[in-house]
Design a protein around this ligand. Structure first.
Ligand SMILES: NC(=O)c1ccc[n+]([C@@H]2O[C@H](COP(=O)([O-])OP(=O)(O)OC[C@H]3O[C@@H](n4cnc5c(N)ncnc54)[C@H](OP(=O)(O)O)[C@@H]3O)[C@@H](O)[C@H]2O)c1
Length: 367
């Protein structure tokens, strides 16, 4: 029996200071579309320990911009040109020669921009997942995936604020995105903040972030009155903890509103990722030195060793009603069947505000 396999291969590296070329039909496209047939009844389809999978969901992550470059000193080695475009997601195992990954089961991890693939789990970053443990399979990319965990460690570890520390003022940027929305919900419900200033783009997203918990004030960074709105929402207070995902001018301006000895947790700098204004920090001296601020970046890979503990605590927070699974929003877009070719364009929506909460592309229907 033969099936059609569709893939996007990395055709040309993107660079840090320019946008990804999403038009796969142009000669200097970042990705190249490829389609072939595969005989899946071939008894030699798989080597020992390998699995053959069908991609169900793709996780759209700003970090992929970095994975599409040839960065040598990144936390991941560059993907060779001609290989499938790197992406995390969830897949169903259609055939298996690996007892830990049986046929019909699911895994999460590196699936790439392909409809189908073959992988040896021991040589790749993939983990079995059990759909019966979650309300929706996609939750393994949002609540119980790297999104939830990143928000968790930003709040419970890197902020250095304890849940019982009452009355802190938090600033969270990128607040309507995957990590941001999860973080607003966690801080609003598991800590005792005086105020969470949540920065997002547009009135609809401001309303969304304010629905995530008590003491949240949304501020629209796309509004002409952003500066005044920001100061008004802060109401004369200073920011104790600033969890920043955006960088650039939003970080630059907000640093002037920090409390002396305040902390900035640098989760990301999305405003400069895809040909946007690169991160600059002209208020560095007046903010960081004068206010004796501490800035700490982190990358979740350092915390993966604590995954069991983190997920365990999150489950406890859901069971005790502190957190609400339904607040971990997902925006799922359709790239099933013929729409597979739309994957790059859909991914580009990360940089134009396409999502509320976790941004996921569906590649195959769930049966
Ligand atoms: N350090 C780590 O281990 C780690 C792990 C995961 C993610 N991250 C980082 O965390 C950040 C958020 O990731 P995510 O998965 O939550 O992505 P996401 O869902 O795309 O959220 C990012 C949000 O940023 C906003 N945004 C985009 N461009 C912007 C700009 N120029 N200025 C201001 N806001 C902008 C978008 O919403 P609007 O519509 O409001 O603009 C978007 O919802 C990224 O920088 C990512 O690289 C880091």
């Amino acid at each position: 029996m033969s099936i059609t396999v569709k893939k996007y291969l990395l055709n040309q590296y993107a660079t840090f200071d320019s946008s990804v070329n999403l038009n796969y039909e142009s000669p200097d496209a970042t990705f190249k579309f490829e389609q072939s047939t595969l005989d899946i009844s071939n008894p030699n389809l798989l080597q020992d320990d390998e699995i053959f999978y069908e991609t169900i969901y793709l996780s759209n992550d700003p970090a992929q911009k970095g994975w599409f470059t040839a960065a040598k000193d990144s936390y991941l080695p560059p993907t060779p040109l001609g290989q499938p475009a790197p992406a995390h997601g969830i897949a169903k195992i259609l055939k298996s020669k690996n007892a830990q990954f049986p046929e019909g089961s699911y895994f999460m991890g590196k699936v790439n921009w392909v409809t189908h693939g073959i992988v040896n789990p021991a040589k790749s970053m993939v983990f079995p997942v059990d759909p019966t443990q979650v309300q929706k399979l996609s939750h393994f990319l949002s609540v119980f995936g790297s999104t939830g965990m990143t928000a968790y460690v930003a709040a419970f570890k890197y902020s250095e604020v304890k849940p019982e520390d009452e009355g802190k003022v938090w600033l969270i940027t990128g607040a309507a995105g995957a990590v941001g929305a999860a973080l607003v919900h966690i801080v609003a419900n598991c800590f005792k903040p005086k105020l969470i200033l949540a920065v997002a783009g547009g009135p609809d997203k401001v309303e969304f972030v304010e629905s995530l918990g008590p003491n949240v004030k949304g501020v629209d960074y796309k509004s002409a009155s952003y500066d005044e709105d920001f100061s008004k929402a802060l109401g004369g207070d200073k920011i104790d903890v600033f969890v920043d995902q955006v960088g650039g001018e939003i970080l630059n301006k907000a640093s002037l509103h920090m409390q002396t000895f305040g902390k900035i947790v640098q989760v990301g700098a999305i405003s400069g990722y895809n040909g946007g204004v690169s991160s600059y920090f002209t208020n560095y001296a007046v903010a960081v030195i004068t206010k004796r601020l501490r800035i700490q970046g982190f990358v979740l890979v350092d915390d993966l060793k604590d995954m069991k503990k983190i997920v365990g605590h999150m489950i406890e927070l859901f069971q005790t009603g502190k957190l609400d699974v339904s607040k971990f929003s997902e925006t799922i877009v359709d790239a099933t069947g013929e729409k597979f070719t739309e994957i790059p364009e859909l991914w580009g929506g990360l940089f134009t505000g396409a999502n509320k909460g976790k941004y996921i592309t569906q590649v195959a229907k769930l049966e």
